[in-house]
Write a protein that binds this ligand. Structure first.
Ligand SMILES: [Zn+2]
Length: 274
C-alpha cells in the first residue's frame, strides 16, 4: 500500500458527503505538468481551425480546464472507493496528491467496526468502485453526446471504432470540446490503466484478491509475479510509443513489485508488509 503523503501548510481541506478531503499542493503541480502538452496541442488545433478560432480560450484557460477535469475525475474515483468502504461499515477520508488519489480507511473505525477481516469479495468491490464509477460517468457523457449527434473519442481504437464514436459533428464550442476530450481520456484511458494487474494500482489489488481466492497458498506471490511481468511489458510498450513518462512510471512499479516479491519469497511466504 502507498503511504499517506505528508501534510503541508498549503493543503486544501473540505468535506463532501461526510468525507474529509485533503488536496496536497503537489496535486495541482502534477496536474499542470500532465496537462501542459495537452493544452498546447488543443490551442494549436483551435488556432488553425476557422470554426474554433473565435471560441479558443487560449493555452492558460485550457490548462485550467485540464486541471479542473483531473480534480473532478480523481475526486470522483476516490469517492467511489470511499462510498463502498462506508457501505461495509467503516469510515474513510480522501487525499489527492502528486501520484493521484487515495481513499484511506479510518483506522479507529476499523477497530471499533465489525471486528473481522474483510472478505476478498468486499475488497474487490472497494477496489473496482473507483475505476467503475469513472467508466459509468464516461458512458453517461458518451450517451449524452451521441444522442445529440456529436463525435467523441476515448483515444482507444478498440472502443472508438466498433462503437462509431468518432462519427458525427464536432462539439461547436472549443472549451467544451476540450473538456469532453479530457474527461473521456481521464475517465476511460486512465481508469482502464488503473485496472491493469500492477501493484499498487486498483487492478493489482483486485488481482491479489482473485489469486488468493483461488489459490490461497501462492496467491500473493503469483499476483506479484503478474505485477512484475505486466508492469515491465507496459513500460516497454510505452517506450515504443514514446510515452516516456508512463514508461518510467510502469517501470518503477514493476521494479517495486519485484522487490516486494523478493522480500516475500525470502521469508518463505510469511505474512507481507502490506
Ligand atoms: Zn483507486
Amino acid at each position: 500500500m502507498l503511504a499517506e503523503p505528508q501534510r503541508t501548510p498549503y493543503d486544501f481541506h473540505f468535506q463532501l458527503f461526510g468525507f474529509d478531503i485533503r488536496v496536497s499542493p503537489f496535486f495541482w503541480l502534477a496536474g499542470a505538468i500532465l496537462g501542459w502538452n495537452w493544452a498546447i496541442m488543443w490551442d494549436d488545433i483551435f488556432h488553425r481551425s476557422p470554426d474554433f478560432q473565435d471560441s479558443n480560450p487560449g493555452q492558460g484557460p485550457l490548462l485550467l480546464i485540464w486541471i479542473a477535469v483531473m480534480f473532478f475525475s480523481i475526486l470522483l474515483h476516490e469517492l467511489g472507493h470511499a462510498f463502498v468502504i462506508r457501505h461495509y461499515g467503516r469510515d474513510a477520508r480522501i487525499v489527492l496528491y502528486h501520484f493521484g488519489g487515495l481513499a484511506i480507511e479510518d483506522s479507529a473505525s476499523s477497530f471499533s467496526g465489525l471486528g473481522r477481516h474483510r472478505t476478498p469479495q468486499e475488497q474487490i468491490a472497494i477496489s473496482a468502485a473507483g475505476p467503475g464509477i469513472e467508466l459509468v460517468l464516461a458512458a453517461f457523457i458518451i450517451l449524452l453526446a451521441k444522442g445529440q449527434g456529436y463525435a467523441v473519442w476515448t483515444g482507444i481504437e478498440l472502443i472508438d471504432e466498433p462503437l462509431g464514436l468518432r462519427e458525427g459533428r464536432f462539439i461547436g464550442s472549443a472549451p467544451l470540446l476540450a473538456a469532453v476530450d479530457a474527461l473521456l481520456f481521464v475517465n476511460v484511458f486512465w481508469a482502464l490503466m488503473n485496472l491493469l494487474p500492477v501493484y499498487p494500482l486498483d487492478g493489482g489489488q483486485i488481482s491479489r484478491e482473485l489469486f488468493t481466492l483461488y489459490a490461497a497458498r501462492d496467491g500473493i506471490k503469483n499476483s506479484l509475479l503478474l505485477s512484475v511481468i505486466t508492469g515491465a511489458a507496459v513500460a516497454v510498450y510505452c517506450l515504443t510509443r514514446e510515452q516516456t513518462m508512463a514508461a518510467i512510471m510502469f517501470g518503477m512499479l514493476a521494479f517495486s513489485s519485484f522487490q516486494i516479491l523478493q522480500a516475500y519469497s525470502g521469508r518463505g511466504g510469511g505474512f507481507g508488509p502490506w
